[in-house]
Each structure stands twice: as C-alpha cells, then as structure tokens.
Design a protein around this ligand. Structure first.
Ligand code: GCU
Length: 419
C-alpha cells in the first residue's frame, strides 16, 4: 500500500518533470529571435549599434527570404500621359504616368494612376499601393487607361476576355479602394498593377515586367522574388513622387492587402523614404509570426507560390521554427516609422493573433528608438483599434479590405502624416 502510495506520488512528479522538459524544449525552439542580438551574440547597446544591427537583419532577411533587389535602374523616365484637373466630378486631379525603365539595353514599364484631392492644400501627403486587377479596377472612372498586361478572370472579377482587361473591368475592385474617403481626408492616392510589374502566374514568373531587366538575379538562391519585385516597383513609384510638386514625398504611406501587403511591408523595410506602412491582412510572409505554427506555413508558401520569395526560403519548409528571424524583424526594419497591421476574425490562414504577436514583439525596438511602440494589453476586441507607433485592429468578417480598415488607416495616417 505504502509502495503504491509512494509510486502514485512519484509517477505524476516524474511525468511533470518529463513533460515540463518537453514543453521547455518546445518553447526554446519557438523562442523568438532577439532583434537586439548581433549574429556574433553581442547585444545592441546604443542607437548607433542598432543601425549596424539593422543592416545585419536586412542582409539576413534578404538572403534567406525575400531575395536580392537591384539598385534603381540606370535609366528611369517618367512619362505623364494623362492629366484631368476635374476628374471624379471635380473632386480630384487625375494624373497617369508611365514609369519607363531601361537597363543594359532592356526595357520595362508600368503605369501609375494618381488622384490628387483638389480641395486640399498642396503638396499633399499620399498613400501608394499595388492593386490586384489593374488600375482601371479601383474606380469606374472612364479616364483610367485599361491595363494591357494579363488580367485574371475569376469568380470575384469576371471581366477579362482571354486574359485582357475589357471595359467590364472598370471599377470591379472598387469596394476595396476607399477613393472618396482618401481624397476627402486630404491624401493623394497612387496605385500600380502587380501584373505590369511582375507576373504572379507561376509559369510566367520572372519572365515579365521588371524581372526581364535582371535575368542574372535569377541565377542564385537569393534570387529577386516577386514580392521583392513588387516592393521594388513601389520604390520606383516613390522615385516619381519625389518629382511631383503636388505631392509631399516625405509624407507617403505605403499600403497593401494580402500578398500585396507582404510587398508593402518589405517596401517599408527596404526603403526608408516611406514615412508609414499600412498592411492589411498580410499574413504569412507578411505580418504573421511563423513560429506559432498557426495558419499558412513556409511549406505552403513555397509550394503554392514558389515565385514569391527567394529559393533560399525553401530550406525552411517544415522548419518554420529554424528561421534565424521571424516577422517582427520586418517591423524592426521599419522602426521607428509608424506601421499598422489590420486583421480580420475569419482570416484564419493569416492567423490574426500571430500578427498581434509580431506587433508585440516589435514593440521593444520601437521603444528603444524613442517612440511609444505598441500599446500594452491583451488581444483587443473586434473593431477596437490599438494605436501607438505600431497600430493594430481586428474586425469581424473575412479576407477583404473594408471601409472600416480604411478609416483606421486614415486615422492612423492623420496622426503621423498630416501637419
Ligand atoms: C493566398 C495566400 C496568402 C495571400 C493571399 C492573397 O491565400 O495563401 O498568403 O496573402 O492568397 O494574396 O490574397
């Protein structure tokens, strides 16, 4: 009896010990890499040291995940091919610009569609973002040039014929672009089409748009991926904005939704001219933490979308916890500039708590750099935005961009970009 009693005491204790060791080991593997620890193991102690560490993080993430992007091309030329000072019933000036790029005898181009609010004092701050279906899809304005690049014909956007945009593609994606609100709040809106920049179709990947200028960058494992190409095009858009006297290039927020939200984050991380980053449901490879192991993982990203990231990321298929960083490092690269992560309850693949965890983990860097970081406290209730230098919300509903999201983006931008 005594023996049994003793055993009944020892066994759970033993179990607890073994179990806690296992849990400990798991936690250890999942412990988030520390942005303040140099690869050498040394700790960052000053802002000057942080600048060096920032470079190290940028190099590591470029090599292992996003791939190498080229410098600004040798020749960039901006052709303003359209201007209407009374667009949208007089509310805005519409300007359309082709960005022509040439490199070692090769050429590529994409269009920027720009609306500048007429009621606001210029130069105005701006929001720039890539779109999914072509510039003509964000608004029914008949003055927008139809894209000549390939356009998908999906259940959501049944408008293209043989991969070409038709007039039926005008405004098909308007519900995700709060053009009137953006203009009414005094911001210019600048957009460009992902497929003109770099094809998102697996078979065409790396053979269209800006990729054709740099075939040599595909001959390496840290190749110029498609997310990086989209981000790079946002920087070329910024090159143009720096020349447009109606826009204050020092007050430009970069926006993106989903895969294009991944690109917006990387644009903010790689180009410090962007004054703020607005990322909507960017999920895996965007705002979500890989180490939580919830929702889309590296294996799925690299299998379903092998062109998005550098081939090097494939080394971490099934090994998400072995990445030498996690996505709070992208926010650390953006710091101390404001960044907003918007999520939605039903967007499980993008793991909203994982995006929240990223914001929380980046807080220390933001505070170290003298900002108020991310507000303390638990995961917020739906429709209750958290606003610090890092902003966050979760709203009811699924993978989409809603008016609620835009209102939060504009409120957040007002805090940082409106004088
Ligand atoms: C897929 C993909 C996501 C991506 C999304 C989108 O769902 O798995 O990573 O964000 O497409 O871009 O809409």
């Amino acid at each position: 009896m005594q023996l049994i009693m003793r055993f009944s005491f020892i066994a759970p204790a033993l179990f607890c010990l073994v179990f806690s060791q296992t849990v400990y080991a798991q936690q250890d593997r999942q412990a988030l890499p520390d942005p303040f620890t140099f690869n050498s193991g040394k700790k960052v102690k000053s802002v000057t040291e942080w600048e060096r560490r920032r470079k190290e993080i940028l190099e590591t993430m470029t090599r292992e995940m996003y791939g190498v992007s080229p410098e600004r091309p040798q020749n960039v030329r901006f052709e303003v091919f359209d201007e209407d000072k009374k667009a949208l019933g007089g509310k805005a000036t519409r300007r359309q610009v082709t960005v022509h790029m040439a490199e070692k005898g090769k050429q590529a181009q994409f269009d920027l569609l720009i609306y500048i609010p007429n009621q606001a004092k210029r130069p105005v701050p701006a929001v720039i973002g890539l779109n999914f279906i072509g510039n003509q899809a964000i608004h029914a304005d008949p003055g927008i040039r139809l894209t000549t690049a390939w356009v998908e014909n999906s259940g959501m956007f049944p408008c293209a014929a043989d991969g070409r945009a038709t007039d039926a593609c005008r405004g098909v994606n308007a519900s995700q672009w709060a053009v009137d609100s953006i203009l009414a709040r005094g911001y210019a809106l600048v957009t460009l089409y992902r497929e003109e920049v770099a094809s998102d179709r697996k078979a065409q990947a790396f053979h269209t748009g800006v990729h054709t200028l740099y075939p040599e960058l595909q001959q390496r494992e840290d190749n110029f991926g498609t997310i990086a190409a989209w981000a790079w095009a946002l920087s070329r858009g910024m090159d143009y904005l720096e020349t447009d006297k109606d826009i204050d290039a020092k007050r430009v927020a970069v926006f993106g939704f989903s895969r294009l939200g991944k690109a917006a984050l990387w644009a903010g991380a790689t180009d410090q001219r962007f004054a703020a980053v607005l990322s909507n449901e960017s999920g895996a490879g965007g705002g979500k933490q890989f180490r939580r192991g919830v929702g889309e993982d590296i294996n799925r990203l690299c299998t379903v979308f092998p062109h998005w990231f550098a081939r090097n990321l494939g080394k971490y298929k099934g090994k998400d916890t072995e990445l030498p960083f996690d996505q709070h490092f992208v926010l650390a690269l953006i710091a101390p500039r404001p960044v907003y992560l918007a999520t939605a309850e039903d967007d499980k693949n993008a793991d909203p708590p994982g995006e929240f965890a990223t914001a929380r983990a980046a807080d220390a860097v933001y505070r170290f750099l003298g900002t108020n970081g991310f507000p303390n406290g638990p995961f917020p209730a739906p429709n209750q935005p958290l606003t610090g230098q890092i902003g966050f919300h979760i709203r009811p509903g699924g993978h989409d961009v809603k008016m609620f999201d835009w209102i939060q983006f504009l409120n957040f931008s007002d805090l940082h970009l409106q004088k």
